[in-house]
Design a protein around this ligand. Sequence first.
Ligand SMILES: C[S@@+](CC[C@H](N)C(=O)[O-])C[C@H]1O[C@@H](n2cnc3c(N)ncnc32)[C@H](O)[C@@H]1O
Length: 394
Amino acid sequence: MEEVLIKCDRLDYFGRGIGYVDGKIIFVANLLPLEEALVKVIIKKKKYMIGEVIKFIKKSSDRVIPRCSYVNCGCALQSLDYFKTLEFKKNKVTDILKRYSGLDNVVSDIFYGDKFYGYRNKISLKVKSGELGYFKNGSNELIPISGCALASDKTNEIISILNKADLSSVSSIVIKDFGDILIDIKGNMDISSLKDFAYSIYMDDKLVYGEENLLASLGDFKFYVSKDSFFQVNSDVTLMLYNKIIEFLGDNKNKTILDLYCGVGTISLFLSKHFKSVIGAEINREAIKCANLNKKLNNIDNVSFICGDASLELKKLKADFLVVDPPRSGLTLDGINEILRFSPEKIVYVSCDPMTLARDLNYFKDKYDIKEVNLFDMFPWTYHVESLVYCVRK
Ligand SMILES: C[S@@+](CC[C@H](N)C(=O)[O-])C[C@H]1O[C@@H](n2cnc3c(N)ncnc32)[C@H](O)[C@@H]1O
């Protein structure tokens, strides 16, 4: 394949270096602004190219030595100084909100935790031909790994054990670590070497060892988390995010609030101490089962949970205030119309994808003041960032 000399102009939204070859754009992973490198063109399309660095000619003073040697398995910003990665994320969301929803300079702060590594309470590994690893970005080519710098120490111990095991009949493994460990194996393997480390082991969705749910702590609360229910991956930064939601909304003992896409009820329980009543809605049955257990576990009686599709449930519900925390796809148009119909006084929108957030804010910005956008670096070294938007009815 062709080799070209590239000077990196800037990073794209996915943290890849952007350069030009005869006016045509080329995206190069692990190439920082102003760096120069000899690059191998690995994909050549009509409008763009994708390249890989063969050799650096000039390196950036913002370049750092990453904690791990794997490239292209998720940590797109692993070679950039951590505080520059925060700048990148703030600029990225500012740019997206300006470009796609016409909101000017609404991003105020980016908050981050103490743990830049080892912060993930969950990792999802792939297995191919018996080898354990991550898929290379955008492909199903396996990058075999002996550990992951984002995972906890205990998770890395389990990865070492798995690397010695026969994984020839396994396709993927999820490890959750909330102090106790849950291992969710798709396929079949001898689990005897894992039993000393695990609290729960599932194989092909069947509990084969230990207890059904893990117990996670966040602030003053405890939460049961099941195999398939969502829990934010960075517990320390999640606590900062939830406390900020409470700070935005304040104490409202005579008001009701709806927590849409509530998962195992985390935000609902945090809000319960500040509102007359809370309703949480969530589509995942297992998560709602945990949410109801969590309500009892924390002795809370002003919260109720509904299992259903948020857009449909919205037709039957209303409240004074609203929190939404949808998946990456964002809100549905039906859902947005229902929200505008019952028109809550305040809306807090938690988003893990600034593109769908920008799309959705377009529908709210005429009727709501977008008071503040804060970012939370829930996913250090990746191009992802969590946004928190505080809106007040005009
Ligand atoms: C980003 S998570 C947020 C969970 C929770 N708020 C938290 O902080 O842990 C999004 C949640 O939305 C749920 N979900 C996905 N599609 C949904 C839908 N159509 N209706 C209701 N919930 C949905 C997922 O199961 C997941 O629990």
